[in-house]
Write a protein that binds this ligand. Structure first.
Ligand code: CUA
Length: 351
């Protein structure tokens, strides 16, 4: 009974991973790169299953056929060497491995092609524990949400500001390591034209305490919506005349010292010839246009933003906002409720 229960729970655990509609399933790709990677995976798995069935079948047959039976007292015939058999089991793996190597190597080549001239270029920089996305073609920077058009090639350059990270959006492409001091590139992908939507990404390399909370989103738009978004992001962040905004701006610049790490300037990105500068925190221009905060951890609502400002370390252990903000007293940022409310009003006005 206990054994059956154990088998059942093991099975449940195993098959829980089988949902095709899961938001991070590699079995339901929406872009060409993930589709090619899936084809290869299925081909290799298929070949491995055939080999397993043949080898295990031969093993079981041998065990049953040649087992010791009652009354068998003499030693079985002892065989040494069988040229035909040895040639066969040398040639069969050679053919099998060639059958696996050809599609593998050709897929590798195919995915390593230079991006075409009409590709959208984005520079993705990993930080502990958030993502910086620089739209180098359009001259602005954003964080934690990678917006791309469907049906058009996208080329992403991968870098890291601190430690090893890995870029992975299971339904689109991945994973590719992000290595400090080295520039990697994700295979240029094209999202299927009918696949507008949001796809979840995740850092796939253990990178510290909050590795599991280093999430991001890829949001795929139609061409028109993407152009609208681009024009919106290129505009300077404006502070509206809404009540409380000025007060929030004062906290942002003063008591909270947010400006030591956060900028509210979309054009703050490195251009050719400029001196690279260390960015410690996401650029908050157009913060209110993002769907989540704290790198995909929370929905971007006023309540969640308040919680975050009260104690970021509780929500994302060890993050720099907690460790480096000069005004904190363990374990919170030491902002009073009035300052938090003002900051929320200010940040939520940055759309
Ligand atoms: Cu970054 Cu794990």
């Amino acid at each position: 009974m206990i054994r059956r229960l154990m088998l059942l729970s093991l099975g449940l655990l195993l098959f829980a991973a089988c949902s095709k509609t899961s938001t991070q399933s590699t079995f339901n790709p929406v872009a060409d790169v993930a589709a090619k990677q899936l084809d290869l995976l299925l081909w290799v798995t298929g070949a491995a299953i055939v080999v397993m069935v043949l080898v295990q079948g031969a093993l079981v047959y041998t065990i049953v056929r040649f087992r010791r039976k009652p009354g068998d007292d003499t030693l079985p015939v002892q065989t040494h060497g069988n040229t035909r058999l040895e040639i066969a089991w040398t040639i069969a793996p050679v053919i099998l491995l060639a059958g696996l190597a050809i599609p593998t190597v050709s897929t590798l080549w195919e995915l390593d092609k230079e991006p075409p001239s009409d590709a959208l270029h984005v520079r993705a920089i990993a930080h502990q524990w958030w993502w910086e996305f620089q739209y180098t073609d359009h001259g602005f920077v954003t964080a934690n949400e990678l917006r791309v058009p469907v049906g058009r090639p996208v080329s992403i350059q991968l870098e890291s500001e601190d430690v090893l990270h890995s870029f992975w959006v299971p339904k689109i492409a991945g994973k590719v390591d992000m290595v400090p001091g080295y520039v990697n590139r994700l295979p240029t992908f094209i999202i299927d034209p009918d696949s507008e939507g949001t796809y979840l990404g995740q850092c796939a390399e253990l990178c510290g305490t909050s590795h599991a909370l280093m999430r991001f989103r890829v949001i795929a738009h139609s061409d028109a919506d993407f152009s609208d978004w681009i024009s919106g992001q290129q505009m300077p962040a404006t502070v509206s005349g809404r009540d409380g905004v000025e007060e929030g701006l004062a906290v942002f610049r003063g008591a909270g010292a947010c400006t030591l790490c956060h900028l509210v300037d979309v054009t703050d990105l490195e251009t050719e010839g400029s001196t690279p500068r260390v960015r410690k925190a996401p650029n908050l221009a157009h913060f209110a246009s993002r769907t989540t905060l704290a790198a995909g951890l929370l929905d971007n609502t006023s309540e969640n933003l308040e919680d975050w400002l009260r104690n970021p370390d509780k929500l994302k252990p060890d993050n720099l906002m907690f460790k480096e903000a000069p005004v904190y007293t363990n374990p919170a940022l030491a902002l009073d409720e009035q300052q938090i409310a003002a900051l929320v009003t200010f940040l939520r006005s940055l759309d």
